[in-house]
Design a protein around this ligand. Structure first.
Ligand code: NAD
Length: 362
């Protein structure tokens, strides 16, 4: 089998892992990497034993496929250039900064008939793969995605940086249009929003509460789903799926609450009445390897990728509706008062004395 000649554009925090994994794949030749930061470029090129380029132009038409892992603001420019050379593209999430840019990439990919895949990596998380193959019709969902502030991806806010993962998962799981969006968000460091909560109602009646924060002390990435079929919980960090369903006895005869069984009820809830299955998704492959392998297979077969440009665009369009709702939220229910993530009501005072207050007072 011919080795697929590939390049990675942008080898920062995430792109260096794209480059590392591709450089270790037996059927891939990592012909080059590109980065505008010369030190980072040299370090990753040395580790991956490949050539470093300070711009992507010399690689146009010279590779069979490319991973675009630059900051989001450059996704459209870089991905469009490679697609125009009939080169299949894996572009990181969010697909682009605007829906117009995303539609343009989709149009170019369609006109040259090559795969365009979007890096919604949680679709390749083994715990989500285990869930999606089962019958489930979500009716109420809580999605939480919290991470510490990294100082990266500041060209976008928490919605496009973090929440976009869960928006794509929800659109995939629920599979119907969103009919109502209410969102609230705040910027702590100024600029884009750092924390957002949204309530989405889907045409199927499913209601989703979704929170993203990039200023949390500890990472948390989880999904909890209530459905007629039962409950599903995913911890994306540990890649664990927990499923709970009513036992046949509960479905048939209901809960038996005679005095003797009431004493044992706590012990019997899980087991006798509710059955639990824990699926450990910690397999041999991590989700990034899984995603890159899928992309390579898609390129070889010229097939439709699991996460298409249209999926990326739909998640982005929903993200834009959420951002619009965040911008128009009046904090005091007064449209003339403070509104949106960057215009907060004045604080009443400090919640507690700072250490510096005490030093100044002494
Ligand atoms: P980063 O800032 O660490 O890395 C970006 C790199 O691109 C830097 O090394 C920078 O020097 C380089 N760069 C900037 N402009 C460039 C250009 N025009 N050409 C070539 N190189 C350029 O950011 P990151 O955290 O690695 O994020 C990169 C992308 O990956 C973003 O789109 C982000 O949303 C996405 N991302 C996705 C996930 C995920 O879970 N799928 C996680 C993190 C980041």
């Amino acid at each position: 089998m011919n080795r697929l000649r590939m390049a990675v554009i942008g080898v920062g925090h995430l792109g260096q892992h794209h480059a590392r994994i591709l450089s270790q794949m037996h059927d891939v030749e990592l012909v080059g990497i590109v980065d505008s930061n010369p030190d980072q470029l040299a370090t990753v090129a040395r580790k991956c034993k490949t050539r470093g380029f300070d711009s992507f132009e010399p690689l146009l038409g010279k590779v069979d496929a490319v991973s675009v892992v630059t900051p989001t603001s450059f996704h459209h420019h870089v991905a469009a250039a490679f697609l125009k050379h009939r080169t299949p593209v894996l572009v990181e999430k969010p697909i682009c900064k605007t829906v117009e840019e995303a539609d343009d990439l989709i149009r170019i990919a369609q006109s040259v008939k090559v795969p365009l895949q979007v890096g919604h990596i949680e679709r390749f998380n083994p715990a989500f793969e285990e869930l999606i193959k089962r019958p489930i019709t979500p009716k109420f969902v809580e999605a939480e995605r919290h991470g510490p502030f990294t100082g990266r991806s500041v060209d976008i806010g928490a919605v496009l940086d973090l929440m976009i993962h869960d928006l794509d998962l929800m659109l995939t799981l629920v599979g119907s249009p969103v009919v109502d969006v209410h969102a609230i968000g705040a910027s702590v460091f100024g600029g884009n929003e750092d924390m957002v909560n949204a309530r989405l109602t889907f045409q199927t009646g499913c209601v989703v509460h979704i929170t993203a924060s990039r200023i949390a002390a500890r990472p948390k990435r989880r999904l909890r789903i209530w459905a007629p079929e039962g409950y599903a919980g995913i911890d994306f960090v540990t890649r664990k799926l927990t499923l709970v369903q009513q036992s046949d006895e509960l479905r048939r005869s209901g809960l038996r609450l005679d005095p003797a069984s009431r004493a044992r009820l706590n012990d019997e809830v899980f087991g006798r009445y509710l059955e639990v299955l824990s699926v450990d998704g910690n397999r041999k492959w991590d989700q990034l390897t899984n995603e890159l392998r899928h992309f390579i297979d898609t390129v070889r077969t010229n097939d439709v990728p699991r996460v298409t440009g249209e999926h990326g665009r739909d998640a982005l369009a929903l993200a834009e509706r959420i951002l619009q709702s965040v911008r128009s939220h009046p904090w005091n229910m007064d449209p003339k008062g403070p509104t949106g993530a960057n215009d907060m009501p004045k604080p009443l005072g400090k919640l507690f004395q700072s250490a510096s207050d005490e030093t100044e007072a002494a």
